[in-house]
Structures are given as C-alpha cells and as structure tokens.
Design a binder for this molecule. Structure first.
Ligand SMILES: C[S@@+](CC[C@H](N)C(=O)[O-])C[C@H]1O[C@@H](n2cnc3c(N)ncnc32)[C@H](O)[C@@H]1O
Length: 235
C-alpha cells in the first residue's frame, strides 16, 4: 500500500469504492427505497452501489468527472485508489470507529471487492456511468426519485467553498423530485462542518427547500453520525 501523505491530509480527491452494504447503512436504504426507483449516485466514484442496486431492481445513474476516462484506466485507478484510501485509514486508525468493518484489513477487503465489482460493471453497463461534474449535471429537472451524495460535499470543505456547496445542493435537488441525502457532514480530517451545514440549510430554506438532519446508524469517522436530507422544493 502507498504511504499516506505526511501532513495527515488525504491529498487529491480520493476515488473511493463503497459497496451497497455501506450505502444501505449510510443512507438508511431498504429494498423499497431501491426497487423500481430511479436513483442518482453523485459522486459515484468507484462505488459498486450502481451495479449492486441494479440487481435489486433499481435504475441507478452514477455521475462523476472520472468517468470521462477509459474503462481500463478507471479499473486500475479504482484499485490504486483503494490502496491509497485503505493506507490512509490504517495510518489514522484513531480517527475512526472500527465496529462496522472490524479492522483496516477487512475495510480494505470490502473496498477492493467493491472496486472490482465497479470495474466489471463499467464494461457490462457503461450507460450507468455518466461523466459529469457538480455543480452542473446533464440531467433534466426531476429526473430521479432519489439522489445520494457520499463523501464529496463537506468531506472536502478544505477546498470546496460554501458557494460551491450551495450550487451543488441546488443542482442535486433540481434533478430529483424526491429526497437528496448527503453524508458525512464532517470533513476528511474529522473537523465538524456545523457552521457550513447551518449556513446551507438557511440558504436552502430561503429557496423553498426544507432540510432535516437525520441520524445514521453508520459510524466510521468520529462525529459523523448524521446525514443531511433535502426535501423537494416547495416553490
Ligand atoms: C471519496 S469519492 C466518493 C465516491 C463514492 N460516493 C463513495 O462513497 O465511495 C469522491 C469522488 O468525488 C468525485 N468528484 C470530485 N469533484 C467532483 C465534482 N465537482 N462533481 C462530482 N464528483 C466529483 C471524485 O472524482 C471522486 O470519485
């Protein structure tokens, strides 16, 4: 595994590979949330959510700028980024609760399996993976029943400012007529983003988008115990 950065920061955006099992707990999803529903996963990264949820009858579109790259390059990137992410988590062991995964080796196993599944699905179902970048997505208004956004907003608040966050949230909300769920609400070093969350909730409220904070059963990073849920625009 590659060594983590010296500073304790994660460096470039990590292209992580979460599984359906992780998304289920993170976003409190059950089979009825998935079956027959049109779901946006943005950023999709190297997650196997799209592939696995499709087997349960969901129609998932994953959106991420990395999908502009050739499939073979993406498969390799998914693998090397899984090594980088696992090395980072192992080196910062005390920033995490390990109850869900057990230990860094098991975390690595879960993520490598997801990355491999993602790689196979890229070839089998390339149409599921759309090269796109927040805050401007190439989808019509109300195109999805549910939008999920894991580990981009708030996670990278060290380089994405409040205006970017607001524009991205409005865009996710535009393309779904149902809920938009976001997690986590702390950054990748574990810093709480309460002020940013409060600022964005106020802005969204003013634009007719009600929000709630919902507790999640998934706990990995210390303090990451809730998701932000945007309800459909009331205007
Ligand atoms: C930590 S990964 C999260 C992937 C997946 N949601 C997961 O939980 O495993 C962050 C992803 O955000 C993507 N990303 C970076 N900037 C983005 C943007 N402006 N819009 C959409 N995705 C972006 C990166 O390419 C990367 O794949």
């Amino acid at each position: 595994m590659k060594p983590p950065t010296e500073t304790g920061a994660l460096g470039e955006f990590l292209i992580s590979a979460r599984s359906l099992a992780e998304y289920r707990v993170i976003f409190e999803l059950d089979d009825t949330d998935l079956r027959g529903r049109r779901i946006l996963d943005c950023p999709g990264g190297a997650a196997s959510f799209a592939a696995e949820a499709a087997e349960l009858g969901a129609q998932v579109t994953a959106a991420d700028p990395i999908y502009a790259r050739p499939a073979a390059e993406l498969r390799e990137l998914a693998r090397t980024e899984t090594e980088r992410g696992s090395a980072y988590a192992g080196a910062h062991h005390d920033r995490y609760h390990w109850d869900f995964y057990g230990d860094p080796d098991r975390l690595h196993g879960v993520r490598l399996a997801a990355a491999t599944r993602f790689g196979a699905d890229l070839t089998a179902h390339p149409d599921r993976y759309v090269a796109a970048q927040l805050p401007a997505l190439p989808f019509p208004d109300n195109n999805f029943d549910l939008a999920l956004s894991s580990h981009l907003l708030f996670t990278y608040a060290d380089r994405l400012d409040a205006d970017f966050h607001l524009a991205a949230l409005l865009e996710l909300s535009r393309v779904t007529h149902g809920e938009t769920r976001l997690y986590p609400l702390i950054d990748h070093t574990g810093r709480a983003q309460d002020d940013l969350v409060a600022h964005l909730r106020k802005k969204l409220h003013d634009k007719g988008i009600p929000t709630v904070l919902r507790p999640t059963r998934y706990v990995f990073q210390h303090g990451a115990t809730s998701m932000l849920v945007l309800h459909p625009n009331q205007n």
